[in-house]
Write a protein that binds this ligand. Structure first.
Ligand SMILES: C[S@@+](CC[C@H](N)C(=O)[O-])C[C@H]1O[C@@H](n2cnc3c(N)ncnc32)[C@H](O)[C@@H]1O
Length: 497
């Protein structure tokens, strides 16, 4: 049952509660070949404002932050479409077909699903499909995305990253049919001629393959995401005469339902952009998009020395060295496997750059060390940015009680008094809060961003180094240096692969 349903006769979404605030139908203006559409982007939850800032800086438009956390929307003209693929804060991109802020779902499941079927043929698909085509051409030309027709293989280490506790997701395969043209009326293509890809040479002759992915969140829906994807997908198939294919699809139609917000879109990315930098994954590799958000929090400046003392696979310093490349990064870890992965990830990117003809190296170095005993001069580091062991997949909660205070103390030693910053990610909030309060003379907490990391509620803490000279506060002598994890943590850290 819909939370707002009052009038059973209303057209879906075009209801008394108000029309969509930003649909492609209403906003699109055609100026010659250039059209304006709304782009939707999924971003790491908690960093929606960071993503909106980046969109404003790089594309020059205002982004709207969705009520559905982890999403932003912004208008774009098709001549700027390539720019959306250069954004560092976005995971997945899609073009909006239509959106409803207050969709009035019918009372019963049957009525609602029937309405979804009818919706498919009423949607303003034309502009979104144009953008999808243009996007495909851009990808071919520039090689923005790797891989072929959307076959997605998730490395084990990251499978949990996609999980959000109250979100259902369903991708639905449907029966086959074929057509390249956008409407049933226009299409006469042979429904039996299914092939594996769409070639530029004779696109009309190939069937378009599609799938529908439904993301649903909210407890007031009478239907499941599976049912919505099945019924809406069936109607899309009938309308366009496309061929359904769960894995080798050309078009992914998105049906995002968050409480009473409904957004229909077409995906512009085949796999999340957060994988862009990493070729050698570890057990807790951080999304590059989240790394970007953390880096922006500490505003790297030219010639800053930036340390990730627990770098794992090097996701944070790599993103920094690529995007904020006028700073210098040192990536360290006490685990040999982690250091090797970082080195491999750096080499991989260097090779990729060399192939593209870029001569410049990355401003990054790698070292094996124990964070509690850094081989670094006191007061010489501008920024420390790191993803600490949560004590779940990496380390243990018990160890954190010793590790966190030792970390903060050693970080305070190497950071420049008065201006040094630390950006620390952890889910062990209690332990970090306690450690920060114990180190009050050396660190001051400025800001916390709450994020979702693989379904875990974590905090990104921005700390500022106080002006206190190291060695002259009670905190400095609280614990002697080098007592925690000095031997490395290969066994204790439960490395999984
Ligand atoms: C949560 S993981 C970091 C993951 C990393 N951000 C990535 O994207 O791969 C924490 C890392 O801290 C390292 N670590 C734990 N204790 C350490 C210590 N005392 N000194 C240095 N590294 C340590 C672990 O080996 C592990 O690689």
């Amino acid at each position: 049952m819909s939370s707002q349903e009052e009038d059973g006769t209303a057209e879906p979404g075009h209801n008394t509660a108000g029309p969509s605030t930003c649909s492609s139908t209403e906003n699109d203006e055609t100026t010659g070949d250039i059209i304006t559409v709304t782009i939707g982007a999924t971003v790491p939850t908690g960093f929606e404002h960071t993503a909106a800032e980046e969109v404003n800086e790089k594309i020059g438009v205002d982004a709207r932050i969705s009520k559905d956390r982890g999403r932003i929307y912004f208008p774009i003209t098709t001549d700027k479409l390539f720019q959306v693929h250069l954004l560092r804060s976005v995971d997945n991109l899609f073009v909006v077909v239509e959106e409803y802020d207050h969709y009035q779902f019918k009372e019963s499941k049957e009525e609602t699903l029937m309405e979804m079927q009818q919706l498919a043929s009423k949607l303003p698909w034309t502009n979104a499909l144009e953008v999808w085509k243009l996007n495909g051409a851009l990808k071919k030309k520039k090689g923005y995305r790797k891989g072929g027709n959307g076959t997605k293989v998730k490395p084990n280490s990251e499978a949990a990253d996609a999980a959000v506790a109250d979100t259902e997701q369903q991708e639905l395969p449907l029966a086959a049919s074929a057509a390249e043209t956008p409407t049933k009326a226009e299409s006469t293509a042979d429904t039996e001629t299914s092939t594996q890809d769409t070639e530029e040479t004779a696109p009309e002759a190939k069937p378009i393959k599609f799938r529908v992915t439904c993301n649903r969140a909210g407890d007031k829906h009478s239907f499941s995401s599976n049912e919505a994807a099945r019924d809406f997908g069936g109607a899309v198939q009938e309308f366009f005469l496309w061929k359904a294919d769960m894995t080798k699809f050309d078009i992914e139609v998105l049906l995002n339902i968050h409480n009473e917000e409904v957004v229909i879109g077409i995906a512009l990315t085949e796999e999340s952009l957060h994988r862009r930098n990493i070729s050698h994954f570890g057990p807790t590799t951080l999304r590059s998009t989240l790394c970007y958000g953390m880096l922006r929090l500490c505003k790297p400046q030219a010639s800053d020395i930036i340390l990730d003392p627990m770098c794992g696979t090097g996701a944070i310093p790599l993103e920094g060295a690529i995007e904020f490349n006028s700073s210098f990064y040192v990536a360290g870890d006490n685990n040999d496997m982690a250091v090797n992965r970082t080195v491999n990830n750096i080499c991989h990117i260097q090779k990729r750059r060399a192939v593209k003809g870029s001569a410049s190296g990355l401003p990054i170095d790698t070292v094996r060390w124990d964070l509690c005993n850094l081989p670094i001069r006191t007061g010489s580091v501008d920024i420390i940015i790191t993803d600490m062991p949560f004590g779940k997949r990496m380390g243990s909660r018990k160890k954190n009680w010793d590790l966190y205070p030792s970390c903060l103390r050693e970080m305070a030693r190497v950071c420049t008094p008065g201006s040094g910053k630390a950006v620390l990610l952890t889910q062990d909030k209690k332990c970090l809060a306690k450690a920060i309060s114990r180190m009050g003379g050396l660190w001051r907490k400025l800001h916390t961003v709450w994020v979702n990391v693989g379904g875990l509620h974590a905090g990104v803490y921005l700390l500022k180094r106080t002006g206190a000279v190291f060695g002259q506060t009670p905190e400095d002598v609280y614990e002697s240096r080098g007592t925690v994890n000095a031997k490395g943590d290969e066994k204790g850290d439960k490395e999984l692969s």
